[in-house]
Ligand binder design. Structure first.
Ligand SMILES: Cc1cc2nc3c(=O)[nH]c(=O)nc-3n(C[C@H](O)[C@H](O)[C@H](O)COP(=O)(O)OP(=O)(O)OC[C@H]3O[C@@H](n4cnc5c(N)ncnc54)[C@H](O)[C@@H]3O)c2cc1C
Length: 289
């Protein structure tokens, strides 16, 4: 069974899904070395008013002459005016995006894909495990939680990066904590100023006492991290149907035509990126899939 239904999809996807729409860069925030958040605003006023998305969905960002990349939406779902995309330099397109300045335009089409299970999380304890560039799609979900905090039980974020300067959204952690979110921040290698945890994300589960009957795990990050997060969650008796994974596979069309992002019978772009582990389990340990 696929993780979630798209309860709200903006008109952009349903009418002409391959058509990109111009958006202006209104702000660029450096989050970490080689990672920037681009705040985008559609030039077309109707699109600005009508565009909606759910936490965990992504847009295809296009720099003419360079191509398109799938980038998760990292801002709050209720913030319609400006849409945040946190981009890490990887190759051709993301480097072209990084060269853009405030006032420049790029193409945007979306939103695409399934989203985090907002409804299924109601009344549950939520454990979010994110690594590196896996945090941006979960930040969108965190904003939803902060806005509706009484709908959820305990909310814990375990977030890991390679080194302290690689941590993203650091200036927001205090506000998240004040909003009732427990933060466990860890790095692979500390430096002389680091007083927090050192170790990979899955290991941090040993600090937690989890009530498996009322817990949901959401995870996004490098696939190796995801595998061990799943292992730790299953070891704590969290059912596979309540472990949600966002898979950021290489993709091109975003619509299930090209097959770049296929995992077994699923297309990450249209059946995902958010899946339950129950759905992916048969394909997860198959090499080269
Ligand atoms: C649903 C989804 C959401 C994503 N959200 C974000 C996000 O919020 N922020 C962000 O920075 N990135 C995100 N990505 C990854 C991003 O799409 C790729 O890094 C980007 O497309 C690379 O494009 P490029 O032209 O810059 O690199 P390319 O020149 O295409 O590739 C550079 C190198 O990276 C490899 N590569 C490209 N894409 C991927 C990938 N998805 N996984 C592993 N290796 C890859 C290529 O094989 C190549 O070796 C997301 C991907 C998906 C599928």
């Amino acid at each position: 069974m696929i993780a979630t239904n798209l309860s709200q999809t903006s008109a952009i996807t349903t009418s002409r899904p391959m058509q990109s729409h111009w958006a202006e860069i209104v702000e660029i925030v450096q989050e970490a070395p080689a990672i920037n958040t681009f705040w985008l605003r559609f030039l077309n006023e109707d699109l600005r008013k009508n565009y909606t998305f759910q936490p965990g969905q992504f847009n295809m960002l296009c720099v003419p002459g360079f191509g398109e990349s799938a980038i998760s939406i990292s801002s709050a779902p209720q913030d319609r005016e400006r849409i945040g995309h946190t981009v890490r330099l990887a190759g051709n397109v993301t480097n072209a995006i990084a060269r853009l300045q405030v006032g420049d335009t790029l193409g945007m089409r979306g939103p695409f894909g399934t989203h985090w299970p907002v409804e299924e999380c109601r009344g549950q304890d939520i454990y979010i495990a994110a690594g590196g560039i896996g945090l941006p799609p979960l930040r969108s979900f965190l904003y939803h939680v902060l806005r509706n905090r009484s709908d959820f039980g305990r909310v814990v974020v375990i977030y890991g990066a390679r080194t302290p300067p690689d941590l993203q959204f650091v200036s927001e952690y205090e506000a998240w904590k004040a909003g009732g979110i427990e933060m466990i921040v860890t790095v692979d290698r500390g430096d002389e100023n680091w007083t927090g945890s050192v170790g990979v994300v899955p290991i941090m589960f040993y600090q937690l006492r989890m009530d498996a009957r009322h817990s949901v795990v959401l995870t996004c990050g490098p696939e190796i991290m995801i595998r061990f997060v799943i292992f730790e969650a299953l070891a704590r008796r969290i059912p596979a149907s309540r472990i949600y994974v966002s898979m950021e596979r290489n993709m091109k069309c975003g619509l299930g035509f090209c097959g770049h992002c296929q995992i077994g019978p699923f297309f990450v772009c249209k059946d995902g990126p958010v899946f339950t582990y129950e759905t992916l389990q048969p394909y997860f340990n198959v090499e080269e899939l």
